[in-house]
Design a protein around this ligand. Structure first.
Ligand code: NAD
Length: 496
């Protein structure tokens, strides 16, 4: 990194300029209404830019552009080698601009700069590279028919994909939708969260610079109701790829059924359990992972390990260690490279988190945290909070909080651990710790979660599918399986 101190990052942030215009058909444009909305920095509580406030007329224009480009074939029919080169270049551009993109992420949603530049942007760049490489390596199939018949099974692009994404990993989650959708040959309309529009616009600009034909990647900034809803109701959209809350995911299913039965790919909320057996070995190591799994990114992670299930004989010792780790985390200015935890994204989120904390106080033992942090510029910083002996049916242990709040639930045996771990409507991630290989295999098979991490937390890679079951959704990001979300299978049967 060229910037290494807080002052360096502040200077770099001051030198940024933001146009905040939407991108339609390869052109930066204002919303047709001319309206704009404020971009707010949660670390300072101040507005620092504005962005175009799009609405249904802008959605119509973006869909028309995406549809025409798709039908025109400039991208959908381009040779695989050409498309591969563009996506790879897109990834390289992201990596080259990692500091600028990281700053945007940090300013818009409060992620510590170290993680934005060092983790999120490189991850997104690698997703583009990986999906780009897949383009000329995934083959179709020839079915085992009898003589005189040849049956081909090929993947076809869906057409126009609307990617509606959240603010917590605004670059990686946008790219995790865009990259496989483009790799499969679709045209895409990105709808970033209203908290992170500038990051979304910058992604679109870099895609254009990398050589995506105009109209292949459009970006519409604005509110969910004004942009996301008309996209999801639009008859010209073939697929909504949504990453966000379960509440909105449910609405999208309704919009699709009311309109054209478009595909709805959902990556929704989670309430992941981290299950620690007494034979897990090094409790210090477990505690370190448990704290990171619960508090990293301020706990604003869909698969955050927000429930710690601990075998009773080691529960007190582990809770003590996790409490120590939580207290050691540095809360502060996200532009300070030594900061571990920044602010929550906005006032509504902070209120929601404090509501869960207050609701849990009479039910459980507060080990550490439970307050808004002091000595910081805004009131959106919340201390990492640990509650012990939480009843497994309490709201704090059942519902997604999306903040730095960990519920510890002791258990007595394996059956109870599995029952409690599976006892929420979600099924995104789960972790388990044991030195007993048979137990690891037995329990991981019983855990109802898209990803089960054994002797680590929250395993996540471009190599393996990521997504959930139940109210966590039905979609898969990453790996070749991501392509399934953006293509359909065609059979061509030839008699000869
Ligand atoms: P959100 O559901 O409020 O918003 C997500 C996106 O949907 C935003 O772009 C928003 O503008 C849009 N939206 C809102 N209302 C809409 C409507 N009526 N119609 C269409 N679009 C609408 O979620 P959020 O607060 O931005 O993000 C947090 C949530 O995202 C958490 O629940 C988290 O678990 C989830 N998430 C899931 C994953 C995953 O991979 N499973 C990853 C990250 C975040």
């Amino acid at each position: 990194m060229t910037n290494s101190t807080k002052q360096d990052w502040e200077r770099a942030a001051d030198s940024l300029s933001f146009n905040g215009q939407a991108l339609i058909d390869g052109v930066a444009v204002e919303a047709l209404s001319g309206e704009r909305f404020d971009c707010f920095n949660p670390a300072t509580g101040r507005t620092f830019a504005t962005a175009a406030s799009c609405a249904s007329a802008d959605v119509d224009a973006a869909v028309a552009s995406a549809r025409a480009t798709f039908e025109g074939g400039a991208w959908s029919q381009a040779s695989p080698t050409e498309r591969k080169a563009v996506l790879r270049r897109f990834g390289e551009f992201l990596q080259e601009r990692a500091e600028e993109l990281g700053l945007l992420i940090s300013l818009e949603m409060g992620k510590p700069i170290r993680d934005a530049v060092g983790i999120e942007v490189p991850l997104a760049a690698s997703v583009l590279e990986w999906q780009g490489e897949a383009i000329d390596k995934v083959y179709g199939e020839v079915a085992p028919t009898g003589p005189g018949d040849l049956a081909l099974v090929t993947r076809e692009a869906l057409g126009v994909v609307a990617a509606i994404v959240p603010w917590n990993f605004p670059v990686n989650l946008a790219i995790s939708r865009i990259a496989p959708a483009l790799a499969a040959g679709n045209s895409v309309i990105l709808k970033p969260a209203e908290q992170t529009p500038l990051t979304g616009v910058r992604i679109g600009e870099l895609g254009l610079e990398a050589g995506l034909p105009p109209g292949v990647l459009n970006v519409l900034t604005g509110a969910g109701e004004r942009v996301g809803k008309p996209l999801a109701l639009h008859p010209g959209v073939d697929c909504v790829a949504f990453t966000g809350s379960t509440t909105v995911g449910r609405l999208l299913l309704g919009y699709a059924s009311e309109s054209n039965m478009k595909e709805v790919r959902l990556e929704c909320g989670g309430k992941s359990a981290n299950v620690v057996f007494a034979d897990s070995g090094d409790l210090e190591k477990v505690a370190q992972h448990a704290a990171l799994g619960a508090f990293w990114n301020q706990g604003e992670v869909c698969s955050a390990n927000s429930r710690l299930l601990v075998e009773r004989s080691v529960a007190d010792e582990l809770v003590e260690l996790v409490g120590e780790r939580a207290r050691a985390m540095r809360i502060g200015d996200p532009l300070d490279p030594t900061t571990d935890l920044g602010p929550l994204v906005d006032a509504a989120q902070a209120e929601k988190v404090m509501g869960y904390v207050d609701g849990a106080r009479p039910l459980a033992r507060l080990v550490t945290g439970g307050r808004r942090a002091e000595g910081v510029e805004s009131d959106l910083f919340v201390e990492p909070t640990v509650f012990d002996r939480v009843p497994s049916d309490a709201a704090v242990a059942q519902e997604e909080i999306f903040g730095p709040v960990l519920s510890v639930i002791p258990f007595d045996d394996e059956d109870e651990a599995v029952r409690v771990a599976n006892g929420t409507p979600y099924g995104l991630g789960a972790s388990l710790w044991t030195q007993d290989i048979s137990r690891a295999l037995r329990v991981s098979r019983q855990l109802r979660a898209g990803t089960v991490s054994v002797n680590t937390v929250d395993a996540y890679s471009v190599l393996t599918p990521f997504g959930g079951v139940g109210r966590s959704g039905n979609s898969r990001d990453q790996s070749l399986h991501a392509l399934d979300d953006y293509s359909w299978l065609k059979t061509t049967w030839i008699k000869y």
